[in-house]
Each structure stands twice: as structure tokens, then as C-alpha cells.
Write a protein that binds this ligand. Structure first.
Ligand SMILES: CC/C=C\C/C=C\C/C=C\C/C=C\C/C=C\C/C=C\CCC(=O)SCCNC(=O)CCNC(=O)[C@H](O)C(C)(C)COP(=O)(O)OP(=O)(O)OC[C@H]1O[C@@H](n2cnc3c(N)ncnc32)[C@H](O)[C@@H]1OP(=O)(O)O
Ligand SMILES: CCCCCCCCCCCCCCCCCC(=O)OC[C@@H](O)COP(=O)(O)O
Length: 380
């Protein structure tokens, strides 16, 4: 093991990265709270400020992927569509198999200049995650309870609010609704069978209502759907802990741009369109499984120095006072102060570990585990 990889696996390094993320994140959350009065004077100005503040948080996690783990992200797409990425509003549909798929999504957002404004239809539980969940409140992320009767009104309202959003955004939808596990796959294929739909091998049966609702409410402001499929080379199973340990992964993302006019307006037709799309996505996955390649030309949009600079800036902001404080604690020689410092850093370390736990499939929800009758859909 080289010196650099030994360094990357050291707990103290993880502690520093985690500390910078947590403390700067909470500081930025506080700044976001201060934009509330700005919003009373100018809603669009407050939104623009929040986009930049959100960038400061999300970009730190992206920096760890790009600069610490050195993960390579390759894009397979039609060169004619490429110039439009980042220049228009789009709905992104992505498979949901990997613990860091959200992070690879963020990385592409960063490279196309829409990281601060990126949106997602996220499960309500994530709203309570400190730093990221709280940041999302100010970025107008759309949350759902995965209980249609409750979601239909709230989700529609949140989507309507995005119609006058001042900057280009990508709205991410994991139509499968939960991450892939063999048990969830089996349950969803039972549903597919009962509905007379063809079986999928690599995807869960897509949930169509959120997609239909998103298309309906954003029509006129969103130009296209980006049908996206993410894979990792050589059957890599990336994790957030792996990234923090400096493990390098190789992500391949296939993106096909579909103009929004091609999506049917009527609910049943729209649902059928989505089922057909997932059948095509399943075939694409099958081909990748065999060849290790997606079709079409590939490109690697370069990582940007600004993510590293952002991380270094926030490190200076929060590590300098920490250094002063530690010097004071040690020079004071007071056992009580030293114990207090140890307790606070242990608490910070536990908090970061808990946040990483949110990304772990093994600790995921039971939603979609089995076919459930309406109104008791097992969300947790
Ligand atoms: C150039 C580069 C391009 C791209 C770059 C890529 C990406 C970057 C883009 C943006 C990045 C932005 C942010 C990223 C950062 C972080 C993201 C992090 C994570 C958040 C993700 C989540 O939280 S996913 C979970 C929440 N989201 C969803 O669930 C969305 C999908 N769900 C829906 O749409 C649902 O319909 C719903 C939530 C609106 C409502 O759900 P509910 O369960 O109440 O109702 P449904 O109607 O869906 O369910 C009942 C119907 O489903 C059938 N059923 C029952 N059991 C199952 C089963 N096991 N599987 C499938 N179907 C089932 C049932 O029969 C009902 O059928 P109907 O015929 O009546 O519909
Ligand atoms: C700078 C780096 C610091 C590293 C330490 C900090 C780690 C920060 C981790 C961010 C954690 C919060 C973001 C959570 C996003 C998780 C996305 C996700 O994948 O959610 C799952 C849902 O889609 C479905 O849930 P399930 O029904 O599968 O259950």
C-alpha cells in the first residue's frame, strides 16, 4: 500500500473531513436561515443565494469523490444533446442500485453547472438529516411520504412552486421508489405479473404516479427528460465509506435526451410510456452486463478545481478555530476540558457515521419489500 493510500485510510483524516463537512454545513444551514427575511423582500434573490449556499455543502461531498477517491465518471451520450446539458431544465430518470448513485448524480450536476439548483423527489425521512436535509428545505426539494393519498396534493404544490425557479435545474426521479434489493425485486415482479406487464431483470417496477405528476406540473418549464442509466465497471459495489477511504471507482453514465413533447399527457398513456421506457432500460442494462460498455460515443467531462477550492476554503474557516481551541484545551491541562473535547469530537464522529448510514442499502426502508394493499405501503 502506498503512502497516499495509507493516509487516505487513516481514521484521523476521515475525522477531519467529517468535521469540516458537519461544522461548515451547520454554519451554512444557519446562513440559509438568514435568507428567510431576504425572501420577504425578493423571493428570487433569496433563491439565488440559497443555490450558492447549497453548492458550498454539496460540492464538498463531490470534492471527496473527485479529488480524494479520484473516482472517474464517464458519460455516454449523443454529441448533439451534449451542448444542451446544464442549459435547460430537465427531468432526470435514474436507476437506483448503488449507495453512491446520488453522489455520481451530483458530480455530473457539478460538471454541468447545476449542482446548487439540482432537485429531487425525495423521501420525507431525508428532510430530517442534518446539513443535507436542512439544506434541501431552502433549495425547495420536493419531499414525498410515498403514500399517494397524502402526496398527490403536497407534491403537486411543491412542483408548481418550481415553475418560476430562477436558474436551470435537473429534477431527479428514481421511479423505482426505493433501492434495488433481491427481495424488493421479487415483490415488484409479482406486481408486474398481476398487471400483465413484462418482467424486468435489473430494475424494480417503476412507480408511475410521481413521474406523471412531475411531467404534468413542470410542462412548459422543463424541456426534456434525460433517461439515465448508471453502472460501475467490473461489478464494483461502491459505498460512501469506500469513497471516504479513498477507494477509486469507475462510474459509467448513459444519458438519452427525450424532448418533453414526446411524453403523453394523459395519465394511463404516460404510465404505459414509462413502463416501456423501463423495459428498454432493462435491455440496455443487459447489454452492459455482457459487454461492460454502453452504446454510443463517450466523454469524460473534467473535474473542476472549484470543488477542491471550496473544500479548502471551508476547511480553513472551521479548522483554524478548532486548532486554536485544541491548543487552548491542551495547554490548560484541565482534565474536564480535555474530556469535554473528546466527548464533542466523538459525538461529531457518531453524527457523521449516522449520516453515512443513510446511504447504506442494508439500512434502507422496508418500502416495496412486498406487495401491500393500498394505504399500508410499509414506508419507514
Ligand atoms: C447529463 C447528466 C444527466 C444526468 C445526471 C444524473 C443525475 C443528476 C440529477 C440530479 C441530482 C439531484 C439530486 C441528487 C441528490 C440526492 C438524491 C437522494 C436521494 C433521494 C431519493 C429518494 O428519496 S427515492 C424515494 C422517493 N422517491 C420516489 O419514491 C419517487 C418514485 N415514486 C413515485 O413516483 C410514487 O408514485 C409516489 C411516491 C408519488 C407515491 O408512492 P405510493 O407508494 O404511495 O403510490 P404508488 O401509486 O406509486 O404505489 C401504488 C402503485 O404501485 C403498485 N405497487 C405496489 N407494490 C409495488 C411494488 N413493490 N413495486 C412496484 N409497484 C408496486 C400498486 O399496484 C399501485 O399501482 P397503480 O397501478 O395503482 O399505480
Ligand atoms: C465531505 C464528505 C463528508 C463525508 C461524510 C458525510 C456524508 C454525507 C452523506 C450524506 C447523507 C445524506 C444524503 C442522503 C442521500 C441518500 C440518498 C438515497 O439513496 O436515499 C435512499 C432513497 O432514495 C430510497 O431509500 P430506501 O427506500 O432505499 O431506503
Amino acid at each position: 500500500m502506498g503512502l497516499l493510500s495509507t493516509l487516505k485510510s487513516l481514521f484521523i483524516c476521515h475525522l477531519i473531513i467529517g468535521y469540516v463537512f458537519l461544522v461548515s454545513g451547520l454554519l451554512i444551514n444557519l446562513l440559509q436561515v438568514c435568507t428567510l427575511p431576504v425572501g420577504l423582500v425578493s423571493k428570487q434573490l433569496a433563491r439565488r443565494i440559497n443555490i450558492r449556499l447549497g453548492y458550498c455543502i454539496a460540492s464538498q461531498v463531490v470534492a471527496v469523490l473527485e479529488w480524494w477517491s479520484g473516482t472517474e465518471c464517464t458519460l455516454y451520450t449523443d454529441p448533439k444533446s451534449y451542448p444542451l446539458y446544464g442549459k435547460e431544465n430537465a427531468i432526470v430518470l435514474l436507476n437506483h442500485n448503488f449507495e453512491i448513485d446520488f453522489l455520481c448524480g451530483w458530480t455530473f450536476c457539478e460538471r454541468f453547472g447545476v449542482l446548487g439548483s439540482s432537485k429531487v423527489l425525495a423521501k420525507q425521512e431525508l428532510a430530517y438529516v442534518p446539513v443535507i436535509g436542512w439544506m434541501w428545505y431552502f433549495l425547495e426539494i420536493v419531499f414525498c411520504k410515498r403514500k399517494w393519498e397524502e402526496d398527490r396534493r403536497l407534491v403537486a404544490q411543491s412542483l408548481q412552486n418550481l415553475r418560476d425557479y430562477p436558474e436551470n435545474y435537473w429534477f431527479l426521479l428514481f421511479c423505482e421508489g426505493t433501492r434495488f434489493t433481491p427481495e424488493k425485486h421479487q415483490a415488484s415482479m409479482q406486481v408486474a405479473e398481476s398487471k400483465g406487464l413484462p418482467k424486468l431483470k435489473y430494475h424494480l417496477l417503476p412507480r408511475t404516479k410521481g413521474f406523471w405528476m412531475t411531467v404534468q406540473n413542470l410542462r412548459g418549464t422543463v424541456s426534456a427528460v434525460y433517461d439515465s442509466t448508471l453502472n460501475f465497471r467490473d461489478n464494483e459495489t461502491p459505498t460512501m465509506l469506500g469513497v471516504l477511504n479513498g477507494k477509486k471507482y469507475h462510474a459509467d453514465l448513459y444519458v438519452r435526451r427525450i424532448p418533453l413533447e414526446l411524453i403523453p399527457e394523459e395519465e394511463k398513456e404516460c404510465a404505459a410510456w414509462l413502463h416501456k421506457l423501463y423495459q428498454e432500460k432493462d435491455e440496455l442494462q443487459g447489454a452492459y452486463e455482457k459487454t461492460g460498455l454502453f452504446p454510443g460515443p463517450k466523454t469524460s467531462p473534467p473535474r473542476q478545481l472549484r470543488t477542491l477550492m471550496n473544500w479548502l476554503f471551508w476547511s480553513c474557516v472551521v479548522l483554524y478555530p478548532l486548532g486554536l481551541m485544541l491548543t487552548h484545551v491542551i495547554s490548560s491541562g484541565s482534565a474536564l476540558t480535555i474530556i469535554a473535547a473528546v466527548v464533542v469530537s466523538s459525538a461529531a464522529s457518531v453524527a457523521v457515521r449516522w449520516m453515512i448510514g443513510q446511504t447504506e442499502i442494508g439500512k434502507g426502508s422496508k418500502y416495496g419489500n412486498r406487495e401491500v394493499p393500498p394505504n399500508t405501503n410499509g414506508s419507514s
